[in-house]
Design a protein around this ligand. Structure first.
Ligand code: NAP
Length: 267
């Protein structure tokens, strides 16, 4: 059973802890956390039964891995003792925009270094997380990374240069889906439905369509075609989407987010 330390005990760390405990990958006694002084670690520990470390040396004393889950802007101010305290340990960072080369300066003696980009549905175990290692991982470390990130949902390995595009697609993607849901709701209201009903219809349509796509493994175009009869209602709607270049807009959206991620990742 792995012993895992969490530096940061906010939303994402809590989601990983919840997943590890609910999937019975770890017992609460195998997990320890620290926070930045605002009480999130004590709150997480009280809720889940995991340990709170009074300080960094205690946090890392018996842990095999460190999950770095503070805010990216806090990386530069972390305790310099972390370099020695993480010697021989696996360090897994979920910090947005912090490249492996930067992390390697803070954790120079880690046995393995991994950078990951989760997304917000990870908070309910329904996320997708892309990750990349500094160097090829030993099989046991790969298993450990899969277990930690698997607590948030699905896991996929990518090359580090692809992480900006991952950020543009799945990292920022939930916001695009929420925006689409809001647009569907508003459109339903404009078409004459009460707002609450339009909201429910929009949400369930997105949820059900995503489930259908996942369960059948069928390409989205094929599923789209299955509900589109010639000159029918769906066809009329899709014609409007095509006329306004919906796909071009989404492409621009993802490319803009990817470009911004590239900018923010420059040290
Ligand atoms: N939320 C997402 O969907 C998402 C997606 C992708 C990536 N990420 C990444 O996940 C990371 C965490 O995000 P979050 O949403 O979980 O943030 P959050 O809820 O604000 O949690 C940040 C945690 O870091 C702690 N912290 C701050 N300074 C610290 C220090 N010096 N030492 C130890 N702990 C410290 C905070 O403790 P106190 O507040 O108690 O001081 C808090 O527990 C970020 O780097 C973000 O880029 C998040």
């Amino acid at each position: 059973m792995p012993t895992i330390a969490f530096l940061g005990a906010g939303r994402m760390a809590s989601a990983i802890v919840d997943g590890l405990l609910s999937q019975k990958i770890c017992a609460p006694t195998a997990l320890t956390c620290v926070d930045g002084g605002d009480g999130t670690a004590v709150a997480l520990a009280a809720r889940t039964g995991i340990g709170v470390a009074p300080e960094l040396a205690y946090l890392l004393r018996d842990s095999d891995a460190l999950v770095l889950a503070c805010k990216p802007q806090q990386l530069a101010d972390l305790d310099a003792r972390l370099a020695e305290l993480t010697a021989g340990k696996l360090v897994l960072s979920i910090l947005a925009g912090k490249r492996l080369a930067s992390l390697a300066k803070v954790f120079p003696h880690a046995r393995a270094l991994v950078r990951a980009m989760p997304n917000t549905p990870g908070q309910i175990g329904a996320g997708i997380t892309a990750w990349c290692p500094l160097r090829t991982l030993a099989p046991a470390d790969r298993t450990l990374v899969d277990a930690i990130l698997g607590a948030l949902g699905t896991v996929v390995e990518v090359a580090e240069p692809q992480l900006d595009a991952v950020t543009g697609l799945s990292g920022s993607g939930p916001a695009y889906v929420f925006e689409f849901a809001a647009a569907l709701r508003d459109a339903g209201e404009a078409a004459g439905l009460p707002r609450a009903i339009a909201w429910k219809l929009a949400m369930e349509t997105i949820l059900g369509s995503a489930r259908l796509m996942a369960r059948t493994g069928t390409e989205p175009e094929e599923l789209r075609n299955q509900v589109t009869s010639p000159n029918g209602t769906t066809y009329a709607g899709l014609q409007r989407m095509a006329a306004r270049d919906f796909r071009g807009l989404i492409k621009e959206t993802v490319l803009a987010a990817t470009a911004r991620s590239e900018e923010l990742s420059r040290d």
